[in-house]
Design a protein around this ligand. Sequence first.
Ligand code: ATP
Ligand code: MG
Length: 653
Amino acid sequence: MSEAPKTAEALIAEGRTFPPDPAFAAQANANDPAIYERAEADPEGFWASFAEELDWFQKWTKVLDWQPPHAKWFVDGKINVSYNCVDRHANSPRKDKVAIVFEGEPGDVRKITYGELYEDVSRFANVLKSLGVKKGDRVGIYLPMIPELPIAMLACTRIGAAHSVVFGGFSVESLRERLVDSGAKVLITADGGWRRGNVVPLKKTSDDALLDAPDVSKMVVVQRVGAEKCPVTMEPGRDVWWHEAMASASATCDPEPCDAEDTLFILYTSGSTGKPKGIQHTTGGYLTGVYATSKLIFDLKDSDVFWCTADVGWVTGHSYIVYGPLANGATVVMYEGSPDTPGRDRFWRVIEKHKVTVFYTAPTAIRTFMKWGDDLPNGCDLSSLRLMGTVGEPINPEAWLWYHSVIGKGKLPIVDTWWQTETGHIMISPLPGLVTLKPGSATRPFPGIAAEVVDDSGKPMPIGHKGYLVINKPWPGMLRTLWKDDNRYQQVYWSRFPGRYLTGDGAVKDEDGCFWLMGRVDDIMLVAGHNISTMELESALVEHPAVAESAVIGKAHDVKGQSPVAFVIVREGYHADEALAADLKKFVGSKLGPVCRPDDIIFTADLPKTRSGKIMRRLLRDIAEGRVLGDTTTLADPHIVASLKDKYSSDEG
Ligand code: ATP
Ligand code: MG
């Protein structure tokens, strides 16, 4: 990839920086800048120092065994994840500390201490055993965001079974496919869950999925909603109620010593680029990675109340609602429902009520809150907050600055964390007490992570130029393979640059060594010989006062190769007309240079997003180029593409 006109430079040139606040830095878990050199000089020693803070049944004999592209971390080590996330706190003065604060969408609140969590996890581990689940088996979990979800996951880890959590918003076919692919024996579900005031009928979906998932022989059902609003049929011999099974289960269950390389879980990627991949994570390295990153990036202290708004059905929830924070003995908030129920200030109310100190959300949510206006957050007491984070997509500087000023009152550090389902834990992010923040940049690789930006031939890109983001050395939380498909693992991640992990994302490194993520390599357009990332145009568009959100794609063009097409959602109070379209084209052209001017502007009320909230540009390309739509199974709302398709052809015609 070659030099771009003014684009990546335009982002970097914004030039606004935010050095760490000295008071924050003084109390930060990571406050010695030498940590970077220390980790670079001896990454294995660096990671081992965190593994040593965990409790092992048997210590490892070797930190890393690297036979590219296969890694083993903490070789011969024996450990149990639930022991580290629960028992060691329950056996300490943290016993009565709240581990999970749950708030349901209807407003019900439950607080579970570490002592109580210990009993629930042990009980459910015994329930799993009684259903015939053994070490090495897979357990499917399809639950709403309720405490039974982390309890079920931890119970699996307690007996050495691998879980495969399927996001509760998925349909029959997506659930069935994931259950069959992972070979789950048992499914844990609920009668239903609450979403926007409606009941999501999970048991019904599970019943339908099981019509054609012959390996699943038992189903455990949590009664979340109740028979009045969500009646279900229990199949005798197959289905059991969670509360009935728990009532007769013993509250002691010895944690199984697992090998560091035993499979901890399988999780399917969100599918924004195609068919979801079954990412396989193991035990010792993953736990070390999520423990260390939670401690240093989220700066977790015993006094913190940490709220990550992701669903546990995604990797963000696995690593930063369940395993990372609980391994640190933190208090985590879990919220069941949508951000606009009953009102659009629900998130700010949750922060106010539970005195959240560290808040971690996604750019797509931040852009939505921006669109809803400042009055909602300004009407709540957010003074408990001390640190904020984002994950999931590049955050455009405009949204970063809004988050910083309106939610963080101009004072709080923001950690923009780049990582993937595959990486298991955060890979690029500021350490909030050490690194100067730059809106729109995820800044520096986490200590011990060897990230680099390279060209087609694998040579480092010069500063300020776009290239492929690769990781040069193995890291503890890395995926070990794709479930039952090691060939695809080798081909997707390791064949492009042998021995180096291909992230699939484009990036630019600036003169301070900070990384600017440019979205997926597939989303980089080649316009009249220039590499332009869709994300750069989107960031420019969102700076226009009329634009709430946008998605840009490159459409095949006879002369230019590709021409940029922008799908735009306008802010409340603005009129989507030809004059605005002309103005937007001019605006982008003057900000980024004439090559970047979008050829078409399509106004829309919604964008096609995955169920994790990411824009599916692949489908927008299909629409713009008049193709049959590709795989749409992970779409949150399939109607959006259909109506966009109609709109696109009528606008074109
Ligand atoms: P699939 O691989 O199936 O297409 P996906 O990549 O959307 O799905 P995830 O693993 O959840 O599934 O997402 C990881 C991707 O999200 C990264 O590769 C990157 O493109 C994007 N991403 C995550 N965090 C950030 C961030 N802080 N800045 C920029 N991009 C980010
Ligand atoms: Mg991906």
